[in-house]
Design a protein around this ligand. Structure first.
Ligand code: ARG
Length: 467
């Protein structure tokens, strides 16, 4: 902070005589949160305006003082937003910075603002308002990402690609179906966000230090003015609780995990070996030495941000786990974790939305890969069950023999001569070739939630109605 050390030294007139400036400078440094909690200025001012208005309505302060307070807070808001406000580390945090400035601006009336409240309920309010707004932003960002996937899924409902398990070719699926898997994942993230907003929609202000207050405040009035459903019901819990921050971080960690899996797929798909997609120039970088390279840096960074976000969740869980009720200063460490995770998550979702919208799908490459690796072996086995009445286990065995034969001959299942197939099992007829193509395979998977293009289109329509 920009404070001079002379200010620091003179601030400890009570006991500072025998101390060098070192220790109190360090105390100030460890104690101050203004460096990061200034981010809460708008929420702090909104909260104070609602509190002062309620105090006046209840006859706890005069209407005249309330008007001065509200006017002064308005001035401070514009000072902060124009960059004219001077933050002081000596004043510790955003709450005291604003209150001290208010005193300079309006005189003694400023001292009435803190009636019937404490910084403990004040910070709980400011931070909750901030997290709630951040969750609303996250909800909008996820909606945009889901929208991008719905568009790509619609475009590629018929585009065949290999489906994988263990990253080994498993069965053919469509790229549209694969996109819709991400829609489900980010849809769950979004519903977690919505639930969290509902959970945290209670106003902390008026819990005061921890025990409530003897002043005749109206907590329902402040709750309503600040857009909360209702006030919190236990003053001790109110100033001890950081569940809203932990919920934000857990949601962020799960969403980041989804983004990271997508990032990993993008990295794999964009290699020349896979060649399933081409990233746009806007979301890739070149190499300073190897002219041929196009690197998926944005995807890699999204994958890495997951580490930071998970770290923030663990950090705050660890801060909170040993704290006796109610407020302890440890809790000041909540903000940087949430701010950092929020910034990383916003960036990661935006980058992914851009990548998904922009990437080129190489349908020819996907289709070629879909047919390799005997991906229609299950279709052959299923055909033996349906058309020849074999038990599935026997059909599995017969198919295994056909795969071994194809492998020996170096050809696909569809290229095996009928005679050689009937030699394995006499029930096989030339009708079997109808099910051995990748198109026939995906078209046959019509079970609810399956990969058949018609089924995928139904799921797209279901999501369109909800996005
Ligand atoms: N800066 C503090 C925080 O972020 C505000 C609350 C301080 N309360 C207290 N009793 N010292 O947690």
């Amino acid at each position: 902070m920009a404070d001079g050390s002379s200010e620091t030294k003179s601030s400890n007139q009570m006991w500072g005589g025998r101390f060098a400036s070192g220790p109190d400078a360090i105390m100030e440094e460890i104690n101050a949160s203004i460096g990061f909690d200034k981010k809460l200025y708008a929420q702090d001012i909104r909260g104070s305006i609602a509190h002062a208005t309620m105090l006046a309505h209840q006859g706890i302060i005069s209407a005249e003082d309330k008007d001065k307070i509200v006017h002064g807070l308005g001035t401070i808001l514009s000072e902060i937003e124009s960059g004219a406000f001077e933050f002081s580390r000596r004043l510790e945090d955003i709450h005291m910075n604003i209150e001290a400035r208010l005193a300079t601006l309006i005189g003694p009336a400023a001292g009435r603002l803190h009636t019937a409240r404490s910084r403990n309920d004040q910070v709980a309010l400011d931070f909750r308002l901030w997290v709630k707004e951040e969750l609303q932003k996250t909800e909008r960002a996820l909606t945009a990402l889901i929208g991008a996937f719905l568009d790509r899924a619609e475009e590629h409902a018929d585009t065949v690609m290999p489906g994988f398990t263990h990253l080994q070719t498993a069965q053919p699926v469509t790229f549209g179906h694969h996109c819709m898997a991400y829609v489900e994942m980010f849809g769950r993230d979004r519903s977690r966000v919505r639930h969290a907003i509902e959970h945290m929609d209670e106003s902390p202000i008026g819990a005061a230090a921890l025990a409530g207050t003897g002043f005749p405040i109206d907590r329902h009035m402040t709750a309503k003015a600040l857009g909360f459903r209702e006030p919190t019901r236990n003053s001790i819990d109110t100033v001890s609780d950081r569940d809203f921050a932990l919920e934000f971080l857990s949601i962020a960690a799960i969403a980041a995990t989804h983004l990271s899996r997508l990032a990993e797929e993008i990295v794999i798909w964009s290699t020349p070996q896979f060649g399933f997609i081409r990233l746009s120039d806007a979301f890739s970088t070149g190499s300073s030495i190897m002219p041929q390279k196009k690197n998926p840096d944005a995807a890699e960074l999204v994958r890495a941000k997951t580490g930071r976000i998970n770290g923030s969740l663990i950090a705050l869980l660890t801060v909170m786990k040993g704290l006796p009720l109610a407020y302890s200063k440890d809790m000041q460490e909540d903000k940087e974790q949430v701010f950092d995770a929020a910034e990383s998550l916003e960036l990661a979702i935006a980058a992914m939305t851009g990548m998904v919208r922009d990437m080129t799908i190489r349908a020819d490459r996907m289709k070629a890969a879909a047919g390799s690796g005997y991906s229609t072996a299950t279709d052959l086995a299923d055909w033996l069950v349906r058309a020849a009445g074999l038990p599935f286990r026997d059909a599995h065995h017969v198919t295994g023999k056909a795969v071994a034969l194809a492998e020996e001959k170096g050809c696909d299942l569809a290229d095996l001569p009928l005679a050689e197939l009937t030699a394995i099992n006499p029930a096989i007829t030339d009708k079997v070739f109808d099910v051995l193509t990748v198109e026939a395979s995906v078209a046959s998977r019509t079970s609810f939630g399956g990969t058949a293009p018609a089924e995928v289109r139904k799921q797209i329509a279901w999501w369109r109605a909800r996005n």
